[in-house]
Write a protein that binds this ligand. Sequence first.
Ligand SMILES: *[C@@H]1O[C@H](CO)[C@@H](O)[C@H](O)[C@H]1NC(C)=O
Ligand SMILES: *[C@@H]1O[C@H](CO)[C@@H](O)[C@H](O)[C@H]1NC(C)=O
Ligand SMILES: *[C@@H]1O[C@H](CO)[C@@H](O)[C@H](O)[C@H]1NC(C)=O
Ligand SMILES: *[C@@H]1O[C@H](CO)[C@@H](O)[C@H](O)[C@H]1NC(C)=O
Ligand SMILES: *[C@@H]1O[C@H](CO)[C@@H](O)[C@H](O)[C@H]1NC(C)=O
Ligand SMILES: *[C@@H]1O[C@H](CO)[C@@H](O)[C@H](O)[C@H]1NC(C)=O
Length: 393
Amino acid sequence: MMVAALVITTLVSGVLASFLLKAREKDFAYEKTSLESHNTNEELRVLSCAYGVRHARGAISLVSALSGSRGASDPFTPLLMHLVPLPKKRKSELMYHEHDEDGGNANGDDEFGTNEGLEINDSIDSFAKDSKILIQQVKLVTQMLNMHEEICNATEDLRVSIVFLPFHKHQRIDGKTTNDGELFRQMNRNVLRHGPCSIGIFVDRNITGFQQPHGFDSVQHVATLFFGGPDDREALALCRWLANNTLIHLTVIQFVSEESKAETPVGNAMTRDNNEVFMEVLGRNQTEQETDRSFLEEFYNRFVTTGQVGFIEKLVSNGPHTLTILREIGEMYSLFVVGKSTGDCPMTVRMKDWEECPELGTVGDFLASSLDVNASVLVVQRQRHSHDSFIDD
Ligand SMILES: *[C@@H]1O[C@H](CO)[C@@H](O)[C@H](O)[C@H]1NC(C)=O
Ligand SMILES: *[C@@H]1O[C@H](CO)[C@@H](O)[C@H](O)[C@H]1NC(C)=O
Ligand SMILES: *[C@@H]1O[C@H](CO)[C@@H](O)[C@H](O)[C@H]1NC(C)=O
Ligand SMILES: *[C@@H]1O[C@H](CO)[C@@H](O)[C@H](O)[C@H]1NC(C)=O
Ligand SMILES: *[C@@H]1O[C@H](CO)[C@@H](O)[C@H](O)[C@H]1NC(C)=O
Ligand SMILES: *[C@@H]1O[C@H](CO)[C@@H](O)[C@H](O)[C@H]1NC(C)=O
């Protein structure tokens, strides 16, 4: 009987253990994906997508900014996915870099993006030489139609917290903007719609905007704009990885509605008595407001009070007023990091007249489309979906 009891106990605990492990894995997949809840001591895995070497160089600049001057104790794992669109009716393949050579390119080299691949390799190699940061490479060869799904799946397999996609327009040498096409735009929109992790759309204006800093004479001035809401918090959360970089001057610009200006500013939060009234004025969800506030306060105490990061508060009355301020500050920074959605925030309400690329959100769309802005823009959307979201498509 004792033997039987032992066997049963072993079986039960085995089943229990594997059950718990499964539950743990599930938690991991769903919880780890927002940067807001990601501790900066934990490994940060980011995936940058690039169709060609131009995008790869932009991605490397971002990686360089995010990984700059970190302690060896803060692991950072950048990955780069070379996207190679196939013409229609071709079997899709996800090829990891190691498998690249022995996989055999029986179908001809250029179809698999080898020429761009060589140049991307060169860029990654020379970055590794300068910075000692190795960017892992993954190659995705697939039809444009499936690409978003493959990327979404890969973000889970590769356990990345954020994926960066290149904006579908790029800046030419003469500074003008060229549209790469609706297919690329649609791909981005599909990833935004289905992505299981946070997503950044990078509007790379490398000629007039953000460039990879190489030394103290090329320090980059970066601003993150905070109106409120989950996407803005995620953008601010991402900026925690920029704060340590001595070649990046980061400034947080908080936009505060004039209607709520009596509210105690972040940084000397002594009295919080009257907050509820102002939250009603703003018409936004109270808990959301509080989350915004405490996240901003935490950031302030950790980075602003130490002098690592600048902080500016802008009082605005409405959308057009916000636009005026965006134009004013447009020339002061080489990169804006912004959240995609600012919710139903009254400070951006009447900016909608300018809508050109709604997938970037109101503020991102303005910064990316306006001729008055020369800076690069990184639009961040916080993780919204679990992977199951493909099913209801
Ligand atoms: C910007 O990108 C273009 C196109 O890839 C490249 O030729 C140029 O060198 C880049 N400029 C800077 C300043 O990085
Ligand atoms: C890229 O570089 C790796 C070595 O770093 C090499 O094995 C691979 O063949 C290169 N890829 C291409 C497309 O040249
Ligand atoms: C992505 O993953 C889902 C679920 O794991 C699977 O059903 C689907 O076929 C995958 N899509 C691609 C394009 O690999
Ligand atoms: C920044 O640097 C400090 C000390 O050098 C380190 O403790 C911290 O983990 C670093 N990273 C971030 C994101 O603050
Ligand atoms: C906040 O909004 C969410 C959904 O928009 C809702 O479920 C929740 O009950 C709201 N909370 C409060 C305190 O109003
Ligand atoms: C953008 O940059 C170009 C070239 O450096 C410059 O001529 C132009 O005045 C800038 N635009 C604005 C709005 O400052």
